[in-house]
Design a protein around this ligand. Structure first.
Ligand SMILES: [Zn+2]
Length: 301
């Protein structure tokens, strides 16, 4: 990707909400600084306006950070943590395998943190080294792991295939907060060509996330003007996908030439969402091909 294309993609990922993204979107949360919002007691969202949001949890027995993104983002995240606590960072958790989320870990390793990711993410990382990505120190497997520090529990949920490998949804059961990477981006259509998403398994996962008990969500990407949202954002993303599938089926039923369907499909209900004009046709191609060929990518669990 050229640097201008990369800048464009990053700007779209950050989107229309960039200028006001430091403002809190949820009652109960409040801005600690320009880039940090306290979501709930001891739980913080970090949004440095680079298109990627992280989360960190402060306890009396150390800090857990989620999503280092890259070395520049990770450096800012570590500074943000130090601005609110003297506690050491005990863990850095990666949500999934992709380079654009799981890089920058060395910043936290040097600060003494243990880097963790799901086994399926780590297998990919070992096979596909990233320039700015270090391999995790600890690997977890299965559907669930809990980390408890000083009475605060962070649940790690692996829900199977959906996007990338080893995708982990994080939940704080007491505070009813979740962290969701890539699976939901409030107020934005699907990302470009919908890379590395299995649509069927994604919809299943979104239903499973909606069934979790939580009030607030921190999203790795958001176009709502805040990194923080709610269960409603999960429902809206799920509805966008099913609305797009419905519009494609309707064109098939009308007898529209399959090669003209992607450019024909319109979803005016979402025309205010980020990426609508630029990406809807790409979204439609990808979702149509998934319906046509069968779900991909896929692997046995
Ligand atoms: Zn990803």
């Amino acid at each position: 990707m050229t640097s201008s294309a990369r800048a464009y993609v990053l700007a779209m990922a950050a989107g229309i909400g960039m200028a006001i993204s430091a403002t809190s979107g949820q009652a109960g949360s409040h801005a600690v600084s320009e880039n940090v919002v306290e979501v709930a007691d001891g739980i913080y969202a970090f949004d440095p306006n680079d298109g990627y949001n992280s989360m960190f949890v402060v306890t009396d027995d150390g800090v857990i950070a989620v999503e280092s993104v890259n070395s520049q983002h990770a450096t800012g995240l570590l500074e943000a943590i130090k601005s609110v606590t003297d506690q050491p960072v005990r863990f850095l958790l990666q949500s999934h395998n992709h380079w654009d989320h799981a890089s920058g870990g060395s910043v936290f390793r040097e600060a003494g943190a243990t880097i963790m990711a799901h086994e399926k993410a780590v297998e990919w990382m070992e096979a596909n080294p990233g320039q700015d990505m270090v391999l995790p120190d600890e690997i977890w497997s299965g559907a669930r792991k809990d980390i408890t520090l000083a009475g605060t529990t962070l649940e790690l949920h692996y829900m199977g295939m959906n996007h990338g490998l080893g995708m982990t949804v994080f939940r704080l059961p007491e505070e009813k907060v979740v962290y969701i990477a890539d699976l939901v981006t409030p107020k934005r259509v699907l990302f470009t060509i919908v890379p590395d998403f299995n649509i069927k398994e994604w919809l299943r996962t979104l239903n499973e996330i909606e069934a979790l008990d939580f009030d607030m969500a921190v999203f790795s990407h958001s176009n709502s003007g805040s990194a923080i949202g709610s269960k409603q954002d999960i429902a809206e993303s799920r509805e966008f996908i099913t609305d797009l599938q419905g519009a494609i089926v309707a064109e098939f039923q009308k007898g529209t030439n399959p090669f003209a369907i992607a450019s024909t499909v319109k979803l005016p209900k979402y025309e205010e969402w980020a990426g609508y004009n630029q990406w809807l046709e790409m979204n439609a191609w990808r979702v149509m091909l998934d319906m046509w060929m069968g779900p991909f990518p896929w692997q046995p669990e």
